[in-house]
Design a binder for this molecule. Structure first.
Ligand SMILES: [Zn+2]
Ligand SMILES: [Zn+2]
Length: 367
């Protein structure tokens, strides 16, 4: 059954704008005052979507009325969504997806740890691609993907001597958590990752390749890309680390994933195993606390232990710390002059929106 937009429209003659109109403070207040629980989940599908622009507007209208928050990309090649849904509206949201043939039977990845504060607003964008991969999709068969393995099968294949397990995520993701013995390409972006994959796996065309990512979407493209380049036995973790963690818990399997799962929302990470496998970028002690430098002119993402957070006032360097204590207008001046000069620990930088969210979340935690 299609949700009727026309009836909604006639009720309110003036159309509501199809984008967020509130500032961050207002959004945060709204989220904090909610009396219901939210469920954080993600889903994606590679499927040809027609008339993407108007689909986007209809989805925005319908999902906004259901109180959905999060980040969704729609493109001619499909949909990629990371959202939170008010738990009383879960059924309605499911029904809304079912109302469109292209979104039927959509598998959800429900967040492992969830405080419901993962997103502040609904952000629904039309993109050329649902994951920026830099590939020319007409140059290879994107539908020729690898075998999808569940947690049990994945574990079994890990034991195989001929197996090479490779992390398809970026370095700041695999740094805090990854599968035992996995190759960890040190990429900043998925685009770069795809290039590094071919480099690292050169001459391994006959090996069994096991790949994994957060929720499975990147493996869809990366596995087809490897097969196109002559890799014969390409396998991918179905539903990514998120589904793996659920399945391991449900079936009481051994988790071969060590550390935390980096996620792209306000939470930044989910606990999968108890171990901390990474170290503070400043003092070298064990830590998996991802933070953004407190100096807004830097804002770099890095790992900082609590002791160093206190010592550096949340900054990545003494330089940033001294900038942080300057008057606001002075700081602004510096930002204009030499943007991003203080990126010492890594050249990568997460999308600012994610970092903004994290700062907000950090504020709410200490309150
Ligand atoms: Zn430290
Ligand atoms: Zn800094």
């Amino acid at each position: 059954m299609e949700i009727r937009n026309d009836s909604q429209k006639s009720k309110t003659q003036k159309r509501k704008p199809l984008h967020n109109i509130y500032d961050k403070e207002a959004l945060r207040k709204r989220l904090d005052s909610e009396a219901f629980r939210r469920i954080t989940l993600s889903f994606y599908r590679y499927v040809i979507l027609e008339d993407v622009k108007s689909l986007r507007d209809r989805l925005y209208e319908e999902w906004e009325s259901l109180g959905v928050l999060g980040r969704i990309y729609v493109a001619r090649e499909g949909i990629n969504a990371q959202i939170s849904v008010p738990s009383p509206n879960m059924e309605l949201f499911r029904a809304n997806l079912e109302s469109r043939a292209v979104f039927k039977n959509m598998p959800f990845k429900i967040a492992v740890e969830d405080d419901g504060k993962s997103f502040l607003k609904l952000d629904l964008k039309v993109r050329k691609k649902i994951v920026a991969d830099g590939l020319d999709d007409d140059s290879f068969d994107v539908t020729n993907v690898g075998n999808h393995l569940g947690a049990e099968e994945f574990n079994r294949h890990l034991e195989d001597k001929n197996t090479i397990v490779v992390d398809v995520r970026n370095h700041y993701e695999s740094e805090i958590g990854h599968f035992e013995n996995a190759l960890l390409p040190q990429s900043d972006t998925f685009r770069e990752e795809l290039r590094l994959l071919l480099e690292l796996l050169q001459g391994k065309e006959d090996n069994k390749i096991l790949m994994y990512c957060t929720g499975g979407i990147r493996c869809e493209k990366a596995s087809a890309w490897l097969k196109h380049h002559g890799y014969k036995d390409v396998n991918q973790l179905h539903g990514g680390i998120i589904s793996y963690a659920h399945e391991v818990a449900e079936k009481g399997l051994e988790s071969k994933f060590k550390g935390k799962n980096f996620v792209f929302d306000g939470r930044l990470q989910e606990t999968i195993g108890e171990e901390i496998i990474s170290t503070c970028h400043q003092c070298g002690s064990k830590s998996d606390r991802h933070v953004n430098c407190a100096n807004p002119g830097c804002h770099i993402l890095f790992i900082q232990c609590e002791t160093c957070t206190a010592a550096f006032d949340g900054c990545c360097t003494e330089e940033c710390k001294s900038v942080l204590h300057l008057p606001a207008d002075k700081q602004k001046e510096i930002r204009k002059g030499k943007a991003n000069e203080n990126r010492f620990f890594t050249k990568s930088r997460i999308r600012p929106k994610v970092s903004d969210l994290y700062r907000i979340q950090k504020g709410s935690e200490s309150a």
